[in-house]
Design a protein around this ligand. Sequence first.
Ligand SMILES: [Zn+2]
Length: 417
Amino acid sequence: MNSQTPLRINGERLWNSLMELAKLGATEKGGVCRIALTDLDRQGRDLFTRWAREAGCEVRVDQIGNIFARRAGRDNTLPPVVTGSHIDTQPTGGKFDGNYGVLAGLEVIRSLNDANVVTEAPLEIAVWTNEEGSRFVPVMMGSGVFADAFTLEHALAQRDNDGISVAEALASIGYAGAAPASAAASPVGAYFEAHIEQGPVLEANERVIGVVEGALGQRWYDVVLQGMEAHAGPTPMELRKDALLAASELVMEVNRIALAHAPHGRGTVGWIENYPNSRNVIPGRVKLSVDLRAADDVVLSAMDAELKASVQRIAAKSKVEATVEQVVYFPPQPFTPTLVSAVREAAKAQGMTWMNVISGAGHDAVYLARVCPTAMIFVPCLDGISHNEIEDAEPGHLEAGCNVLLQAMLQSAGVAA
Ligand SMILES: [Zn+2]
């Protein structure tokens, strides 16, 4: 390799592989339904492992079904430079979410093979089990076990709506591996994940590469507002304990709290249950979800305090009882500055448009960042839409992101003389 002709990946081969994998679970609307640990997931895994072996990789599967395809380096005592993502999808999923990160890793290895480049450290492609969490919770299960966010036993014992456990599902598709599912047992030198943005920011700013500096922290809550059901006619306004009226104010308040913490504050009430939900009954009880996100834990804690104060104020004013229970907490996760800047420099060196971004969504990389140096590369997706069958991305953007991945991995792994 010389600096005049930098190594490039093959964009057409990457695209063709994406389209080939997308046939497994293809939906009529052009999307993909390949739910974790189903027979379609097995077919996707089988296709990936066949391709990885054909590219000269050694494949191992760990106890939570994560797949690792390893390309030897010159010094195989060094921890590998790993890239990857997931190939399970939402029921109305697309062709790119997750699949792009896995197949971009494969394309990097195929391109290095074509150019006869040997890296100093070995390279690996990881396929993390059940990132989407639509059949089994928790989400990001395989990477979560690997990073010790929860135990292997806990993950294996989770059951789907039909009562089938993760352990049973893994065994039935032949992916209950023997390798320990743990970063402590298999240290990672560096982890990169390429992913579609799943949001509209890159497109709106007309940039091709998102240099991801970290992921937003998240706090999720269940809120219950307890008032009193009463007849809509005979009950004067001033004597009511209207739980939905209180909830309406709270929805506005969640929005206000997020706006007050721009640019990264987010606040969403996405689910609501109104009881008894009858036309001529004053609502007696409302349950709703609140999702708060921020890039900084101090800000997220301030938003948490504001939410609780608002709930108390609204409850007193509306004469309802309120409870707020936090059900999920992910701290904000910054990525590793040296790797983030390797991604940025790779984009610059190749003359691509780029911008710094913060991921609003969870990704396997967010767990990996707890146990090894980590960075992510985003590319635009059409209209910012994903978790939808119409999810789409431009071949040129996917190719650009893969070229950035290649350079960032080479820089981390080193090229053998
Ligand atoms: Zn994903």
